[in-house]
Design a protein around this ligand. Sequence first.
Ligand code: MG
Length: 380
Amino acid sequence: MARRVLILGSTGSIGTQALEIIAGRDDLEAVGLAVGRDWQTAVAQAKGFSVGTIAVADEASAAEAASSFDGTVLSGEASARELIGATSPDIVLNGIVGAAGLGPTIAALTQGIDVALANKESLVIGGELVTELASATGARLLPVDSEHSALFQLIENEDSHAIDRIVLTASGGPFRGRTDLEGITVEEALDHPTWAMGGRITIDSATLMNKGFEMIEAHHLFGTGYDRIDVVVHPQSIVHSLIDLCDGATLAHLGYPDMRVPIAYALTWPERAEVPVERLDLAKVGSLDFEEPDPDTFRCLALAREAGQSGGIAPCVLNAADEVAVAAFLDGRISFSDIPRVIESTLDDVGSGPARGFDELFAVDEASRERASEIISGRS
Ligand code: MG
């Protein structure tokens, strides 16, 4: 029997590559697709993969989809969650961008369904609550983020006591080596050197906030303390992450940057799939470079580490403020170097404290967005 896969965010970069993998395999079957508003692509994908039910969050787009699709179209903000109930998948690939991905992760885990997690915000915001929920229902979180997939593969066969330290690699983004981030344009920030990704994650990579989120994500996925999570800048993005073991050995995961590898690993785990990617030729690569990150210039990395260490609601505030600040930067309302300033002020104003439940996190998310927007209006 084929593994039944539900794809949330099927028209995005992760979703389309996942469908490419599913197309080449008999043991994987797409059973549902959820999108925000790109109904034309979703309907075309559903027809191509014989998917009977799709979810379109935007209601006007859902109405358009319903008029040109024979299957079922779920509509509205809760439609991605409803789709999980309607299609009973074996695994949910969550490729939604931002805080909007948390609700569907909770819905899948609550029903005991494994989640292939590309939505890092689920763990940045939901942290302990999400991992507790997964262990309570026995559902698995299979990382799709390339660094975490690498770590997952490295850690899988090791005793957790044998792992001294995990090291996340960071490309350093387009501004690596700069010590002044004033005057950066949107075009410059969107020009990522090694990974082709969506708009928000590309800006988060340029500020290094993405790596900050990934530290928090790693902390929750692997239960590793922040004092044992390091970041090293590695511009070629060939080494996807490393672990240091108690006997002095360091294990690394290598390959050309290609998201089909981590997506396939999450979807076919514990098996390994044949993936038609270019095989690594180290002689051709020539040399691999590594350097210390610069958290004084790239303030977002320091802010994320601090928020992670405070725990509770702080990472939720961090993420909400970042989403609002990045959108404002992309709109030309604030400068690139304002992004960490907006986030830091929001963290100061909203404050910290324990996260007692998901409802509280959703309320904190909303309050943080409001506060970040006010700070931005005061600035522009
Ligand atoms: Mg990553």
